[in-house]
Design a binder for this molecule. Structure first.
Ligand SMILES: [Zn+2]
Length: 343
């Protein structure tokens, strides 16, 4: 993990812009704990993730995650909501879930979610949850039954019999919505409204500001989603302050939680947006003219924190609201699920 040394640029951004924003105690509501070995694709070394996590972060144990946080968030205490990395099929689901459960057990204040695919029956899911102590489900669009992962409806990769398990047991669901317009797509809005009402005890977290990397998607969806009592949001890897501003104002601060998407967050670069597009910009995939300025990149996580901070400039955050964003909301959500399962 050679990138995990702070440069003078990183240090300057942390000291000047971020150190006064990140509180002492943090719960990271979106983090992946995994081994590259759980990616069973025989061609994975030439596959889509080789250049990113395959090369930089092939083994993310609890200790490795702590080491990254110690560098990026100096002096902070971190707990996590963690789940496996959703490698495309063939993926070792059993190995992934056993590993994350074992690693999460290092910190009693942390919790984990189970990686699921649509073929899993209710019995299999319940047995795994019972065996591992995981407190919710992590579906992913790669496993969609529609054959079109990027254009899937929620139930194409999280069938209703699985949502019914989450409802019955009061579990979390970490949802990365599909489709080009993400949460701005009318199907996704309609499904979230319908499913959250039909299964009221399931607790949804819509990842990446409901996958609104720019403001337009959540601007369209917020009015429909803001009164749903069982829907939360994480801010992982969204680097545009206009998106955070739209989320804070659109759904309310009390629903929003810091997340890192580690080990994506510790990669250098930024998620940039234009038109209705968004993409990961890194030092390897652009040819911008930069000779007039410092051309180095900092961590995606630092760009995200800049956006979280500046997106709140007009709203203004009290110390208590900042504490809720980075810790209390996630703490209460995790505890509410644990208490229900323990009963
Ligand atoms: Zn993620």
């Amino acid at each position: 993990m050679s990138e995990m040394t702070l440069t003078d640029l990183d240090r300057r951004i942390w000291d000047d812009e971020l150190a006064d924003f990140v509180p002492a105690n943090v719960i990271d509501a979106h983090s992946h704990i995994y081994r590259w070995a759980f990616n069973l694709d025989p061609h994975k070394e030439s596959g889509p993730f080789q250049k990113s996590i395959g090369a930089h972060f092939p083994e993310v144990s609890w200790k490795a995650a702590d080491a990254v946080d110690a560098v990026l968030f100096p002096g902070r205490t971190i707990s996590r909501l963690s789940f496996p990395f959703p490698f495309p099929q063939p993926c070792d689901f059993a190995g992934s879930n056993t590993f994350v459960a074992g690693e999460v057990a290092n910190d009693p204040a942390s919790a984990g979610l189970m990686l699921v695919h649509p073929g899993m029956g209710a019995d299999e899911i319940e047995a795994t949850l019972e065996r591992t102590g995981l407190i919710g489900l992590k579906p992913y669009l790669f496993y969609s039954q529609s054959g079109k992962p990027m254009e899937s409806c929620i139930t194409d990769f999280l069938p209703e019999h699985q949502i019914a398990v989450a409802d019955r047991l009061g579990l979390l669901i970490m949802m990365h919505v599909s489709k080009r317009d993400a949460i701005g797509d009318p199907d996704n809005i309609r499904d979230m409204v319908r499913l959250s009402a039909k299964y009221p005890r399931a607790k949804w977290i819509l990842a990446h500001c409901a996958r609104s990397y720019s403001a337009w998607a959540i601007e369209k969806a917020a009015a429909h989603l803001r009164d749903l009592p069982n829907v939360w949001y994480d801010t992982s890897t969204v680097c545009e302050s206009d998106s955070l501003d739209a989320l804070y104002n659109g759904v309310g601060l009390d629903r929003i939680m810091y997340g890192s998407d580690d080990m994506i967050g510790p990669m250098r670069g930024k998620y940039i947006t234009f038109g209705r597009a968004w993409a990961y910009l890194s030092s390897e995939n652009h040819n911008l003219a930069l000779s007039h300025c410092d051309n180095r990149m900092t961590f995606i996580r630092y760009e995200q924190l800049r956006a979280m901070k500046r997106g709140a400039r007009y709203l203004g955050l009290t110390a208590a609201q900042r504490q809720a964003l980075f810790h209390d909301t996630a703490r209460n959500l995790i505890d509410s699920v644990r208490n229900r399962i323990a009963r």
